[in-house]
Ligand binder design. Structure first.
Ligand SMILES: [Zn+2]
Length: 269
């Protein structure tokens, strides 16, 4: 029986001369894999609808292992993502992360919405690094490793200056900071943004413009946390780190003049 679903293509691998096995993240059933017969041939009606990042409606016959894709209809081809190498790099990380932390056929409409909205924002050209940070922070509760970001992880105070402790899995207020000599110091802006990223409904994300320096703080906290707790090592993430290094080298000469443009305003908090 073929059933209709709404899905994003998160991975494809070639199978034989002409076929592809396509992994979808669906709103209805979570992650499912399906054989797309003939999809490697450009003339196939399944070729366009099985491109990575494509969002559409699909008719799939599910089975325990790999199901069968019957047909698809594109809602959004996510063209910018597929045509711009930087956007594609960030989007590839988002989908690989999703793929790695989800099991087959485990329904999660929240995660579907988050993935779709993040890819759509990337496709619209919004800040790739910030979108990636938000996605990573939100994935922590999906993975079952939520950090404490609404109060001090030790004394539960909500007021004060905070740093981040990987060991204590959350913020430390200035009174408790001696509990972790390896705590990561944070600016007030970074504290506010980490909290915002964790709690915000992504569909309500306003314009966020964040200084390069604050982005580095966010990246440091998030990567250290992932290294310690996620157990993941993703190819696409390593590629992103290389891009970051390149950017730092190429922008270090220009930063001086740009200071005023990069004012911080997180408009939605
Ligand atoms: Zn405290």
């Amino acid at each position: 029986m073929f059933e209709k679903c709404e899905a994003v293509v998160i991975r494809t691998i070639d199978y034989g001369e002409t076929n592809k096995i396509v992994t979808f993240f669906t709103r209805e059933w979570g992650k499912v894999a399906a054989m797309a017969r003939g999809a490697k041939k450009p003339s196939s009606r399944l070729s366009a609808v099985t491109q990575p990042f494509t969002y559409g409606h699909y008719l799939i016959r599910r089975s325990r292992g790999v199901g069968v894709l019957h047909q698809g209809e594109i809602i959004d081809s996510m063209r910018t993502i597929r045509e711009d190498i930087f956007t594609a790099a960030y989007a590839s990380y988002i989908v690989e992360l999703t793929d790695k932390i989800t099991e087959e056929q485990k329904r999660n409409p929240y995660l579907f919405e988050l993935l779709l909205q993040t890819l759509q924002y990337m496709n619209e050209g919004r800040d790739l690094e910030i979108l990636t940070c938000i996605y990573e922070v939100k994935m922590l509760s999906v993975m079952g490793i939520p950090p404490t970001l609404d109060r001090c992880a030790i004394c539960s105070r909500t007021e004060g200056n905070f740093s981040f402790s990987v060991k204590e899995a959350g913020f430390l207020c200035h009174r408790c900071e001696s509990a972790d000599p390896h705590r990561i110091p944070l600016s007030a802006a970074a504290v506010r943004l980490l909290r915002l990223f964790y709690y915000i409904d992504i569909s309500r994300l306003g314009t966020i413009s964040v200084k390069e320096k604050t982005k580095r703080e966010l990246r440091t906290v998030i990567s250290s946390y992932y290294d310690e707790y996620s157990g993941l090592s993703l190819k696409t993430k390593r590629f992103l780190s290389q891009i970051d290094e390149l950017k730092e080298i190429s922008s270090s000469g220009q930063n001086m003049g740009n200071h005023n443009k990069n004012n911080e305003k997180a408009s939605d908090h």
